[in-house]
Ligand binder design. Structure first.
Ligand code: UDP
Length: 356
């Protein structure tokens, strides 16, 4: 199909774009905006105030940020603060809906999912996390029933957490490969990248670094300060270095010099952007065999998938890193995770939605 679409991207309400609070969603919004623009579609982004996204102008929406879904309990009801940015974003979307062919939601929240049938088939959702709460599960199932085709996940493992085997689109993810440089000869150090928050399980990577004596470079937003302080105190003699929350350019500069990226998540990771960013630099990924990374890493070829929560297995995998060809890691990123491949997948979904 050659149709040029008007697309509204409605960003996450947990933080402004560029703050790091949105985790992987921030990079996903950017990459989808880039590929849609490259293919001639007109893209508008609505996001919380002070958001910044490279060359894209943003419709900034004021209001209180939304509480993180991963800090709530499974049976908690929906929480909306007074003057909620989530509500304000969707008031805005409703006002301008007539100007768009498609409205793509990135919020992991009940409200936009509930609104699906009110947007006349235009409102679709890219779900960014696995199942965390009963209300969200119900809202996802209801959106699929009322508007088939309106839900996409990043991986099948993520869809499974909602008890789904079909009826959704699988978008995977991608990165701008030109921003990541290949490094054939790393230093003797490991990388850990992500939001510093309990579901990401940083302490296991630190424990593995302590056991092997190989320095661990830690990069990412400290989302839970108390959690971070506990790790620092419990592993005071581990060879770790915290480098802060880095721009993509600086991030890849650090990651590519590492022998491996270590992923030690406790939850079912929906995708794991950091895995494909590492592969793009030629860096193998050692990950707990849980969620999205199991669909990304080719075990023993571009990394190692190890038993979840097993630090000894992490250590064994670190000792086998020389068996991995870093060039093959970069190649995998090029064939499966280019922006072009993402462009094909997102257009496929959008045109499917439009034609139905
Ligand atoms: N990230 C970053 N700078 C850092 C650390 C992380 O920009 O110093 C980004 C990284 O590029 C990735 C995101 O944070 O896009 C983490 O996404 P991921 O999908 O791995 O996990 P999430 O936070 O969504 O659970």
């Amino acid at each position: 199909m050659n149709q040029r679409l008007e697309v509204l991207l409605v960003s996450t309400p947990v933080g402004p774009l560029g703050s790091g609070l949105g985790g992987g969603v921030e990079l996903t919004v950017l990459n989808l905006a880039i590929v849609l623009r490259q293919r001639g579609h007109k893209v508008t982004i609505a996001a919380p105030e002070t958001s910044q996204l490279e060359s894209f102008s943003i419709v900034e929406i004021p209001g209180e940020l939304q509480t993180l879904a991963q800090t709530q309990n499974r049976h908690d009801p929906v929480i909306l603060p007074d003057n909620s940015v989530l509500t304000n974003l969707w008031n805005y979307a409703q006002q301008v809906a007539d100007q768009y062919d498609i409205i793509l939601n990135f919020a992991y929240d009940w409200l936009p999912l509930f609104l699906t049938p009110f947007f006349k088939g235009k409102l679709i959702h890219l779900v960014s996390m696995g199942s965390l709460s009963d209300v969200m599960d119900q809202a996802v199932h209801q959106a699929i029933q009322q508007c088939p085709g309106s839900i996409a996940f990043h991986t099948h493992s993520q869809a499974e957490t909602f008890g789904l085997k079909e009826g959704y689109f699988c978008l995977s993810n991608a990165i701008d490969l030109s921003q990541y440089q290949f490094c054939a000869e790393p230093k003797n150090q490991l990388a850990w990248v992500g939001r510093i928050s309990p579901e990401k399980g940083l302490e296991d990577a630190v424990a593995a670094s302590q056991k092997t004596g190989i320095p661990l470079m830690i990069m990412g937003k400290i989302q839970d300060e108390a959690y971070w302080q506990t790790i620092v105190q419990n592993y005071s003699d581990a060879p770790i270095q915290y480098l802060g929350f880095l721009s993509t350019e600086k991030l890849q500069e650090q990651v590519r010099q590492c022998r491996a990226l270590v992923m030690t998540h406790r939850w079912i990771e929906a995708f794991g952007n950091v895995a494909i960013e590492a592969l793009a630099c030629g860096v193998p990924v050692i990950s707990y065999s849980r969620g999205g990374p199991t669909e990304i890493i080719r075990d023993s070829v571009t990394g190692w998938l190890v038993e979840p929560d097993n630090i000894n297995e992490l250590v064994q995998a670190i000792q086998k890193l020389d068996q991995i060809d870093r060039f093959v890691c970069r190649q995998q990123a090029e064939t499966e995770y280019s922006l072009d491949a993402l462009g094909d997948r997102i257009e496929h979904w959008l045109f499917q939605v439009i034609s139905s």
